[in-house]
Design a protein around this ligand. Structure first.
Ligand SMILES: [Zn+2]
Length: 98
């Protein structure tokens, strides 16, 4: 399963939930319409609130990847996974664990 992140708060959402957005909000939405709405509004596209504790790093990374890759939601998820792995390695290195 691949996650995409809310561009506002960094909350992870499984890509498959975009297929279900129409059910959540009581509208008929195509996958592309749901994706565009999610990129624009993040969590609020599902009529839920953003996380109180905002993950600025991941939210910003998601926004940049969306700008770069646009419609390629699987590409965004894959590159975000790579980014998170690099971030974890960087933190481990800085902590002297590597
Ligand atoms: Zn959010």
């Amino acid at each position: 399963m691949s996650d995409i992140r809310c561009t506002k708060c960094g909350e992870p959402w499984d890509i498959d939930t975009l297929h279900e957005m129409g059910d959540w909000v009581g509208e008929t939405l195509t996958f592309a319409q749901a994706r565009e709405r999610f990129y624009r509004e993040g969590c609020r596209a599902f009529r839920t609130v953003h996380n109180v504790e905002i993950d600025t790093t991941r939210a910003s990374a998601e926004a940049v990847l969306v700008d770069l890759l646009g419609d390629d939601v699987d590409g965004v998820a894959a590159m975000l996974e790579d980014f998170e792995w690099i971030e974890a390695e960087r933190h481990a290195f800085q902590a002297g664990e590597l």
